[in-house]
Write a protein that binds this ligand. Structure first.
Ligand code: SAM
Length: 281
């Protein structure tokens, strides 16, 4: 690829999550050829760009100016410019600004070209050994205790691994909350400082995770990806079916509640009827 083969477009470019070597050849070519680089923090970006000798002008695009910055990108694209979009680390738009700008550029009819690369969740998953490959990327849980508890309760019945991002000052309380609200035998992978000097990846039962973190203060330092294994197979009905049946039983006789619950959830009527009888007694 040479500079002239890079067409006017918005290029969404993944950058390293720690180790500066984790950037693709194509990303470097596009960053060098761009007319401008939209970045979350221009000073932070300079560190990466200087490291690779890239002298392209930068413009700020962060969560507080994303709408105006997106309008500016659309104007520049209208002038035939090639614009790269990067975030502070990893893939833009994943727990990072970028999605609004991408949507605005798409809506304006300009091409958006993704350049894949580093992402903390994918990096942690690749080293976790999650054999049943299903996972739900949650990102950051709410910071407030009440909202976080509610969020975890909503995730509890999902039959997939749960992938979280967490900051060092909240990792202990978040893991304590996960351990209190989810089955303690569910395993967790704590992936810390990925691709960096103090990288650490451990897998242990949720019930042991708080003690592990507390055993050494260094274990609470740095950036974290947490992967909680799927819930153990349930005997009987799944959580959502139980919830629906419970709600209906509060208002209706057993037979009707079981019939409606079967229609809503697609579960067998007989099983629902038997469970409804149990709940009523
Ligand atoms: N866009 C990024 C990506 O593609 O992964 C994520 C940005 S988000 C603002 C930052 C969070 O990602 C951190 O708080 C941490 O949870 C996770 N993270 C980023 N770099 C990491 C690393 N080197 N090791 C572990 N987690 C990391």
């Amino acid at each position: 690829m040479n500079e002239n083969s890079i067409a006017p477009a918005l290029y969404v470019v993944a950058t390293p999550i720690g180790n500066l070597g984790d950037i693709t050849l194509r990303a470097l070519e596009v960053l060098r050829a761009a007319d401008g680089i939209a970045c979350e923090d221009t000073r932070h970006a300079r560190h990466l760009l200087d490291h690779h000798g890239i002298r392209v002008p930068t413009l700020a695009l962060h969560q507080h100016n994303e709408n105006e910055a997106a309008a500016k990108l659309v104007r520049l694209l209208g002038e035939g410019k090639r614009i790269a979009l990067i975030s502070d680390a990893g893939t833009p738009g994943i727990s990072d600004p970028g999605a609004k700008a991408v949507a605005a550029v798409r809506a304006a009819g300009f091409p958006v070209i993704p350049l894949p690369g580093a992402n903390a969740a994918a990096t942690a998953l690749s080293a976790a050994g999650l054999e049943d490959g299903r996972f739900l990327f949650v990102g950051f849980l709410p910071a407030k205790v009440g909202a976080r508890g509610t969020a975890i309760e909503h995730l509890a019945g999902i039959e997939a691994a749960l992938v979280f991002y967490e900051a060092p000052h909240r990792v202990l309380e978040t893991i304590a909350d996960l351990a209190a609200r989810l089955e303690p035998e569910r395993e967790i992978v704590i992936a810390r400082e990925l691709t960096k000097l103090f990288e650490q990846i451990v897998r242990l039962p949720l019930a042991e995770a708080v003690a592990w973190l507390e055993a050494d203060p260094d274990r609470q330092r740095g950036e974290f990806v947490l992967i909680v294994w799927p819930p153990p197979p349930r005997q009987g009905l799944d959580r959502e079916t139980e919830r629906v049946l419970g709600l209906l039983l509060a208002e209706l006789p057993v037979k009707q509640a079981a019939q409606l619950a079967a229609a809503i959830t697609g579960q067998a009527k007989n099983a629902l009827y038997a469970r409804a009888l149990e709940l009523k007694t």
